[in-house]
Design a protein around this ligand. Structure first.
Ligand code: NAD
Length: 252
């Protein structure tokens, strides 16, 4: 505990899954956490400094949120959506939606929070760290039926590197987390949906996800949160522009 003492952190999509685990672990490590989600009810029971409803697809809402919170040290962009299908299953509206939620949301929060992060870093209160959720299904590797998803998550890596380089001399770091399959509520939904299309149902679908993992299991949100603590804290002070794979060996 205490690895994030004195840090002010913003975590989007903190209602469930990876975002929730990150918010909880950040609180446990001593950070002052501003947790938000589109669905505020999902934040019930989360012991954060501040919980709020925030739609990261709204520029206006993100700007107002950043104005209310002020200068921060750590910005964790978690919100994202998994489109299932190939290019022929996806219309332009699907690409637009995922582009907005998975990529432009990060562009919005960084534009809104970065000036305050630089101000705080300059005052010597800390050093800014941006942590973006990408995926190994991105520019790292292809996965079946992840056409829209991989396109947007590859963009997250490019965005992260661009920001990392442009602000490297301002005390700001930016890194991307690239998980393999992680147990979360939306993963359970994907298992049910895939299960409905195959013999053996949800159990067979689960087995299919696990079978591509050389480690023989999928990951936990807490394992991703541990990496987010490292990247958010000064322990990783020499690391910026990284796309960190955390996938149980899936991409080996
Ligand atoms: P999840 O998909 O179960 O939950 C997503 C959360 O995002 C929900 O609480 C939802 O209310 C919120 N949300 C949806 N739209 C929003 C919006 N417009 N504004 C704010 N919040 C919104 O969570 P997860 O599976 O842990 O995924 C979290 C992130 O990690 C995503 O970016 C995902 O792509 C990425 N990721 C997940 C996995 C995985 O296997 N679970 C693997 C690699 C990467």
């Amino acid at each position: 505990t205490g690895r994030l003492e004195g840090k002010i952190a913003v975590v989007t999509a903190a209602g469930q899954g990876i975002g929730r685990a990150i918010a909880e672990t950040y609180v446990a490590e001593g950070a002052t956490v501003y947790a938000s989600d589109l669905d505020k009810a999902k934040l019930d029971g989360l012991n954060a400094h501040d919980v709020a409803s925030l739609d990261v697809m709204s520029t206006e809402a993100v700007e107002a949120y950043a104005k209310r919170i002020g200068d921060i040290d750590i910005l964790v962009n978690v919100a994202g959506f998994v489109h299932h299908g190939t290019v022929l299953d996806a219309g332009e509206a699907d690409m637009d939606f995922s582009w907005d939620l998975n990529v432009k949301s990060i562009d919005r929060t960084i534009r809104a929070f970065l000036p305050g992060m630089m101000a705080r870093a300059e005052k010597g209160d800390g050093s800014g760290s941006i942590v973006n959720l990408s995926s190994v299904a991105s520019s790292i590797k292809a996965a079946p039926n992840r056409y829209v998803y991989a396109t947007t998550k590859a963009a997250v890596i490019g965005l992260t590197k661009a920001v990392a380089l442009d602000f490297i001399s301002k005390g700001i770091r930016a890194n991307a987390i690239c998980p393999g399959t992680v147990h979360s509520p939306s993963w359970e939904d994907r298992v049910s949906e895939l299960g409905a299309t195959m013999p053996g149902g949800a159990e067979a679908a689960k087995a299919q996800f696990v079978s591509r993992q050389p480690m023989g299991r999928i990951g936990t949100p807490e394992e991703i949160a541990a990496l987010a603590v490292y990247l958010g804290s000064d322990e990783s002070a020499f690391s910026t522009g990284m796309a960190v794979t955390i996938d149980g060996g899936w991409s080996l």
